[in-house]
Design a protein around this ligand. Structure first.
Ligand code: GLC
Length: 468
């Protein structure tokens, strides 16, 4: 089984070069985590993990919610309390660092999402055509959106206490699970609120622990126990079954928190096949790689996912500029053709809602996927995967190919499109409306497709049978 699944994936991509770096120019925040190197992928040996990875590779499109204290003022997630001098970390002016941190910690008394209704989140993401979800249970600031008993620093202790919905993470996971989404738990290994990580005896100059482990082994041990304890809470059953454990904050490794035994317990307990994403830590516990805010240059011969924000930020910020549906669809086509999945970042508002503008854009993406999803979902990469603006995907059995022409936003639809390689035979159809298309091929392997007039100015997807 392992070999079969492995072969299927490798078969599609191994002949290709194993990819270069990330596409340039999309970063606002910068790559906080370097992506782990491409030769470092370690295939899982547990067949249930491999099976789940294969099922996950059918999903293609998911949502990553960032919701926490930073949502209240609408600022960069957590990072403003980290004393690193880089342009994407900004703070309120005229507040000394210590006072700023105090103000930030106290946001816990203002996070009161009175309109929080997870069924609405599900409705909107389902309508967008998303199939899996990941939710921040704890970001680097240490604030928990789940009802941890190991700290008071939780949403359940704030203004929401007693509302019946105060265990926000549980509400979110349950609602999405009911709708059949694959469920992912985001958890930051670093915790800047925990005294065993940033100890109050010392200043906090950067993202790392602010003491020497060798001098304070007991502090470090307390931090390890606390972290393993919180993961134990999340994986202990109260939050239901998880498909993905998405561990952020790669400056602490899974090994440092005893991830092997946490995973072994989880997989033999309530989470069979749990996919471990110890992101940016290459090796056995990074079951898929997570390039951030960018798309790898080439196909990669192992499971991967690009996490990319719909606006410029992970969390909600006021008046955010959002990417257009055409842009997101173009990214989804490119990522799918390269063998990955798109995890789109959406930040719920401090009231606990999804902004109407976000809903509108997601709905348009969903409309496109309703007509063209066959070219995306459950496909696998095909060796000749790109020519210009056209991205190719294939059915699992390789008998059908899809060409997605990613018309950029604002451009006119051309009368014809052309590509080399992937020669069709027989009938060719436009997925939207199932119209048959006229095409010509030349002896040197060029295909020219005539497009019907009056098509909407959006990416389009074509289905055909490969000539050989
Ligand atoms: C980065 C950032 C973090 C964010 C994550 C989402 O790793 O450190 O703030 O949550 O990206 O992908």
């Amino acid at each position: 089984m392992i070999n079969k699944l492995r072969r299927r994936f490798l078969g599609a991509a191994a002949l290709l070069m194993a990819g270069g770096g990330l596409a340039q120019g999309q970063t606002v925040q910068g790559f906080v985590h370097e992506q782990s190197s491409e030769d470092g992928y370690v295939w899982p040996t547990d067949t249930t993990v491999l099976k789940k990875l294969d099922a996950w590779q059918d999903q293609k499109f998911g949502v990553l919610f960032h919701f926490g204290l930073y949502s209240v003022p609408g600022i960069v997630e957590s990072w403003s309390i980290c004393s690193e001098d880089v342009d994407w970390i900004t703070r309120k002016e005229n507040l000394p660092y210590d006072k700023y941190k105090e103000w930030y910690w106290n946001l816990k008394d203002s996070l009161n999402p009175t309109e929080f209704n997870p069924a609405e989140w599900v409705r909107i993401m389902d309508d967008a055509g998303m199939k899996y979800m990941i939710f921040t249970t704890k970001h680097h600031d240490g604030f928990c959106t789940f009802d941890s008993k190991l700290t008071d620093f939780t949403i359940a202790n704030g203004p929401m206490a007693g509302s019946g919905k105060e265990n926000v993470a549980k509400e979110v996971f349950d609602a999405f699970r009911d709708k059949g989404f694959m469920i992912g738990c985001y958890f930051s290994k670093p915790d800047w609120h925990c005294e065993w990580f940033w100890n109050p005896e010392f200043a906090t100059p950067n993202r790392h622990i602010n003491y020497k482990k060798a001098r304070h082994p007991e502090w470090w041990k307390n931090y390890q126990d606390f972290t393993a304890g919180q993961l134990g809470e999340l994986l202990g059953g109260e939050y239901g079954k998880f498909d993905i454990l998405w561990l952020d904050g790669g400056w602490i490794t899974g090994d440092e928190i005893g991830l092997d035994s946490i995973l072994a317990d989880a997989r033999s307990g309530g989470h069979p096949g749990l996919i471990s994403v110890d992101r940016s830590i290459r090796g056995r516990n990074e079951n898929y790689q997570t390039p951030e805010r960018g798309i790898p240059e080439k196909q990669l011969p192992y499971p991967w996912e690009s996490c990319i924000t719909l606006s410029n930020d992970w969390g909600w910020v006021p008046d955010a500029p959002f990417k257009s549906p055409a842009k997101v669809i173009g990214m989804l086509a490119e990522i799918t053709a390269k063998g990955g999945a798109l995890l789109l970042g959406v930040g719920p508002t401090p009231q606990g809602t999804i902004e109407p503008e976000v809903e509108k854009r997601l709905h348009e993406i969903g409309n496109w996927l309703r007509a063209n999803g066959e070219a995306i979902y459950e496909t696998r990469p095909t060796p000749v995967y790109n020519d210009g603006l056209t991205w190719f995907t294939g059915s699992k059995d390789g008998k059908t190919l899809y060409a997605i022409y990613a018309l950029p936003e604002g451009e006119e639809m051309p009368a014809t499109i052309e590509w080399s390689g992937n020669l069709p035979k027989g009938k060719m159809t436009l997925l939207d409306g199932n119209k048959s298309l006229k095409y010509k091929t030349t002896a040197d392997g060029r295909v020219t497709v005539t497009l019907p007039k009056g098509l909407p100015k959006m990416p389009l997807a074509i289905k055909f049978t490969p000539a050989k």
